[in-house]
Structure formats: C-alpha cells, structure tokens
Design a protein around this ligand. Structure first.
Ligand SMILES: *Cc1c(COP(=O)(O)O)cnc(C)c1O
Length: 368
C-alpha cells in the first residue's frame, strides 16, 4: 500500500512500541513472582491490536485480555501461541467460536457457566467474581453454589479473577474490601490461577499480585498513580497541522454559535482535527467553561470556541509568527501535554481519549 504523504492527512498519530514494551517490563518487574499479562481490548486502547500485540509478545508477554470475541480473533492471528481471555464472557451460542480460536471466556454469571459446561465440554475458561463493583461477575451466593454444584466438574477453570473499582485511589476503603473478599474466593479454587491487579493495582500496597496481572492503561502511557509523577513512558503522540491563521478584534465571536469571544485583539490558528477524529467535542473552550489546549512552538495555547467535526481553533496570540505558520504542526498529546492533561481539558479520562483515537489519522509506529 502506498504510504500517503504527511499532507494528505491533517493529523498524525505516533505510537511508540519501544516505550510500550518498556512500560510492560516496568509493570512486570513490580510483580516478579507473577506473570504480567496485557489488556488489549478496544483495539489495544486505540493503539492497534495488530501492532501492539506482536510488540508485547516480543517483550515476553504470553497472556492477553480482550473484551470481545472479535478482538480475540484479531489477537489470535498475530499471536498464535498466546493465551487469550475474553473479559465480556459468553454471549448465547458463541461457545463454538471460542473453540475455533482456542480463546477462554471469562464466565461471569450462572447462565454463562451452565452454557459453557454444556457446550464447552470441559474446555478451558476463567471465572469472574464480583467483589463489590456490581457490574460483571459471580455474586456471593453464586460462588458458593458453584463450589458445591455438579457443574464444576465439567469446567476446566484456569483462572479466577476480580476487578477493582477504585484502584487508582489508594486510600479508597473499597480496595481493602475487594482484596479481602477475593482472598476468600481464591481459597475456594486452589487448582486455578488467580488474577487481581489492573494497572493501578500494581501500585497498591495492600493488593497481592497473585498469579497473573492485567494492566491496560499504564502500558499505553496512562498514569496509574494519578496525582503523583507518572512512572510510565509516554506512548502516544498526536499532532495536527495549521491550516490558516487570522487576527480577530476585541469582542468578536468565534466558531459555531460564537460561544467564545475575543478579549482584546487575538491571533487565532485553525487546525486539521476535530471530533470526527475522535478528539472530544467536550474539549470546546467557551466564554464560561475552559477546555482543551495544544502546544504550539513550545507555548501552551487554549482552544477558542467549540470543537468542530474536522477543525479546532486555537488562540495563538502568544506564539511567535514563525511557529504558527500555515502547515506547522501543533501538539495535542505529547510534549508538555500528557494524556491526563489532555483528558482533563475534555472533561474526561485518559482511557476515553485513547480508546476514541480515530481512524482518520496518519498513523506511524516507532521503535519496531
Ligand atoms: C479494562 C480492564 C483491565 C485493565 O484496566 P486498566 O485500568 O486499564 O489497567 C483489567 N481488568 C478488567 C476486568 C478490565 O475490564
């Protein structure tokens, strides 16, 4: 396929696979007695399953977690000998598809267990135990019933897992409650591996690493310890090109519905990026509500007005003319703007920003 030139796309996404592998190694080193897996759901948090998974396999990762069977199929194609868990479990009638690619469903309800026991004929699976999030997984009574039930003999349970609801907040009392509850459940399944930690869990003192960990966000450069310096390397860099600049007079309205007004004469730059690229419209910057920023020639510049489908307007009044000429690159994620800062400008979390990264960017992968 012909590689389009830089100017055919308005925006460029660079994904640093070397940094990604280094992040995985850093997390693995925090749990030396356990196996460190990788969560690659949602197209590897927007970074690309087909590129991310082989890089992690190369780094030494052997177990992958996805949300959907369709994602498991993509992982299987590029990682023929990996262990693949599907976190969303078993949808009715999908057992044969699991067998076809040797993926393990993470069973989270008595109904799923019954279907897998019938259709799965002893095939490998994982159990998701709910320890307080009330989202997915077996509740209190379900686990006890399953322990004594005949169905257990017909399952090959390889992994028992639960998921933290607030691991990024170390002093949230929910963490200890979940650790204690999981400890009780773990004892009921001596033959199975156990898995507890997500990214932030690797940094929680009270959480045992067990056998297998499930980091996602931190692999892609997200900060697993919010409020503290990020122990991970940045992986994602997003830049966009300036299309044109203009000077507006004091009081002029800017963008759809004039939701931002110039205070004094301002210089504006319009860039090639919008919500159709996955950049959140909630990053709009209005007269009453602050929003997103971009780095232009080393100067942090606020957005001006609403984020459009394909365009964002920046206030570049403080940027020297040479740095904001037509065609110049501005940085949306990278340099002084980390994932958390970019997400804060859009009133969301870095997770959502990453997983929304659009298909319209020119993508390049560094460090392979
Ligand atoms: C998404 C997910 C993870 C990864 O969480 P991060 O915070 O991204 O590390 C781990 N376990 C389960 C069950 C998940 O759904």
């Amino acid at each position: 396929m012909n590689q389009p030139s830089g100017n055919e796309h308005g925006a460029h996404l660079t994904i640093d696979l070397e940094a990604l592998c280094e992040n995985w190694l850093r997390l693995a080193r925090r749990v030396p007695k356990a196996e460190c897996g990788a969560v690659v759901k949602a197209n590897a948090y927007g970074c690309g399953i087909e590129e991310v998974v082989p890089a992690l396999v190369w780094a030494g990762c052997r177990s992958f977690f996805v949300a959907h069977l369709s994602e498991a199929r993509r992982v299987r194609k590029v990682a023929p000998s990996a262990t693949i868990y599907v976190l969303n479990g078993l949808l009715p009638g999908s057992a044969p598809a699991y067998h076809a690619i040797a993926a393990r469903p993470v069973l989270g309800s008595p109904e799923e267990i019954a279907e897998w026991a019938l259709e799965g004929r002893g095939a490998e699976c994982a159990l998701h135990v709910d320890t307080g999030m009330n989202r997915l997984g077996l509740g209190h009574g379900d686990v006890e019933r399953m322990i004594d039930g005949a169905v257990r003999e017909r399952l090959d349970i390889r992994l028992v897992m639960t998921h933290f609801s607030a691991a990024e907040v170390p002093d949230d009392p929910a963490n200890l409650r979940q650790v204690m509850r999981f400890g009780q459940v773990a004892e009921m399944f001596p033959e199975a591996g156990k898995s507890l930690l997500n990214s932030s869990g690797h940094f929680l003192d009270i959480a045992p690493p067990y056998d297998l960990t499930r980091p996602g966000y931190a692999l892609y450069g997200g900060n697993p310890v919010p409020g503290q310096p990020n122990p991970m390397l940045p992986v994602v860099r997003l830049t966009a090109k300036i299309l044109q600049t203009r000077v507006v007079a004091d009081g002029e309205g800017v963008g759809y519905n004039s939701r931002w007004h110039a205070r004094g004469a301002r210089k504006l730059a319009t860039i090639c990026l919008g919500y159709a690229d996955g950049y959140p419209r909630n990053a709009s910057y209005t007269d009453v509500l602050p929003g997103g920023h971009a780095m232009v020639g080393g100067v942090l510049c606020p957005f001006a007005g609403t984020v459009s489908m394909d365009l964002i307007i920046l206030d570049v009044s403080d940027v020297p003319a040479a740095d904001c000429a037509r065609g110049a690159d501005v940085v949306l994620i990278g340099d002084g703007i980390d994932l958390e800062a970019a997400a804060a400008g859009a009133k969301t979390v870095g997770y959502e920003l990453l997983t929304s990264l659009g298909r319209r960017y020119q993508r390049s992968y560094a460090g392979r």
